[in-house]
Design a protein around this ligand. Structure first.
Ligand code: CAA
Length: 380
């Protein structure tokens, strides 16, 4: 395994690092406090080609690899966890399945403007009664002539309030269980597509999510993504890629927390010396740095396997499981390094704890990742 990044990979890392320093870090706390959508940051993501990183240039993307994508998400999330997941949803959960399963006509309509960042996409799998048990879809699509009529609801749809289209999962034949699920490409302007106000959450407050009610939403049959009845596989293989994005997001949030703790430990003095001269603090910093490096190696391995076209479900789940739990551990230790100030809204430490926590839940909880990993370990 080659641990050296290529020149292109180092370039994208540098570009994203500079963008984060100049435009994300100075604004992230403000966006969090105001629960504000980071409009200027999303516009800049589009300008930098970061909304379709691994989409080929002919379809409006930057034509880079998934290692570049993971490096970019880490840097962006280090600047702002909310901006990081917005980027991840458009790239991994929307563009990736359209690229992989879409027809040429679907790619022209539903990929090109989204990879260019002129439009935003989202992913509609989760329902009130189908979170971890993704096959228990209740949203129904019934065929009438050349179109389907969709009724049901989706919740926790990240980017939902701003999205122009959605990869929507429905049940087209309840008797077939997970083989009765079909994915559709649906413009959010379709009559009957009703979005609720943004959810009130503990963290990633800038990354708006919402509940969606679907009331007699008419979608042409040509908008089926993949084949009828194969939606579950579309969802699962999309999440194999999405979990790399969330692992990288977790890594970025964890790194932001660690770097703040490192900086603060040089400023704050106790017992006559900077707190970083106490071994108790040094050991915390050592654990944080070690765990973050390990999480990065797992994340880049999964990205590299995706680039090579190898099945990477297990490795994506390992990366997502480990990186998300590391992010929470690191963010909590970083808060501890700050002492009382860590609990104050005047510092970023408490935001990092709140932002890190969701990475253990969305795109499959830690428990779901352990199911995927153990199922792969036991199948041979
Ligand atoms: N790629 C392709 N096919 C796959 C696959 C993969 N990674 N994983 C499973 N499949 C196929 C299997 O091969 C199987 O097909 P066959 O029957 O033909 O053999 C079929 O799918 C069913 O597989 P399982 O029996 O393993 O499925 P299951 O029902 O036991 O559940 C699960 C699997 C892992 C628990 C799954 O339900 C899961 O991942 N749940 C979590 C859902 C999730 O992550 N939701 C996140 C929502 S998105 C989000 O959070 C966005 C956001 O806000 C940012």
């Amino acid at each position: 395994m080659n641990f050296e990044l290529t020149e292109v990979q180092r370039d994208i890392q540098k570009t994203c690092r500079e963008f984060a320093l100049k435009e994300l870090i100075p604004n992230a706390r403000k966006w969090d406090e105001a629960h504000a959508w980071p409009e200027s940051a999303v516009k800049k993501l589009a300008e930098l080609g970061l909304l379709g990183v691994a989409v080929p240039e002919q379809y409006g993307g930057a034509g880079l690899d998934n290692v570049c994508y993971a490096l970019a998400i880490e840097e962006i999330s280090r600047g702002c966890g909310s901006t990081g997941v917005i980027m991840s949803v458009n790239n991994s959960l929307y563009c990736d399945p359209v690229m992989k399963f879409g027809t040429e006509a679907q790619k022209q309509e539903f990929l090109v403007p989204f990879a260019r960042g002129e439009k935003l996409g989202c992913f509609g799998l989760t329902e009130p009664e189908a979170g971890s048990d993704a096959a228990a879809q209740q949203t129904v699509a019934v065929r009438k002539g050349d179109e389907y009529i969709i009724n049901g609801s989706k919740n926790w749809i990240t980017v939902g309030p701003k999205a122009d289209a959605i990869v929507l999962f429905t049940m087209t034949d309840k008797s077939k269980g997970n083989k009765g699920i079909t994915a559709f490409l649906v413009p959010t302007s379709t009559p009957g597509f009703n979005r609720q106000p943004p959810d009130k959450k503990m963290g990633i407050n800038g990354a708006w999510s919402c509940t969606i009610y679907l009331e007699d939403v008419k979608v042409p049959a040509k908008n089926i993504l993949g084949k009828e009845g194969e939606g579950f596989k579309v969802a699962m293989s999309t999440l194999d890629g999405g979990r790399i994005g969330i692992a990288a997001q977790a890594l970025g949030i964890g790194r932001a927390a660690y770097e703040e703790a490192l900086r603060y430990s040089g400023e704050r003095k106790t017992f006559g010396k900077p707190i970083r001269d106490h071994q108790a603090i040094q050991f915390m910093l050592a654990d944080m740095a070690t765990e973050l490096d390990a999480a990065r190696l797992l994340t880049l391995r999964a990205a590299l396997m995706k680039d090579k076209g190898e099945r990477h479900s297990q490795q994506s789940s390992m990366a997502k499981l480990f990186a998300s739990e590391v992010a929470s551990r690191v963010a909590n230790k970083a808060l501890q390094v700050h002492g009382g100030m860590g609990y104050s809204k005047e510092m970023d430490a408490e935001r990092h704890v709140r932002d890190a926590r969701i990475t253990e839940i969305y795109e499959g909880t830690s428990e779901i990742q352990r199911i995927v990993i153990s199922a792969n370990l036991l199948k041979d």
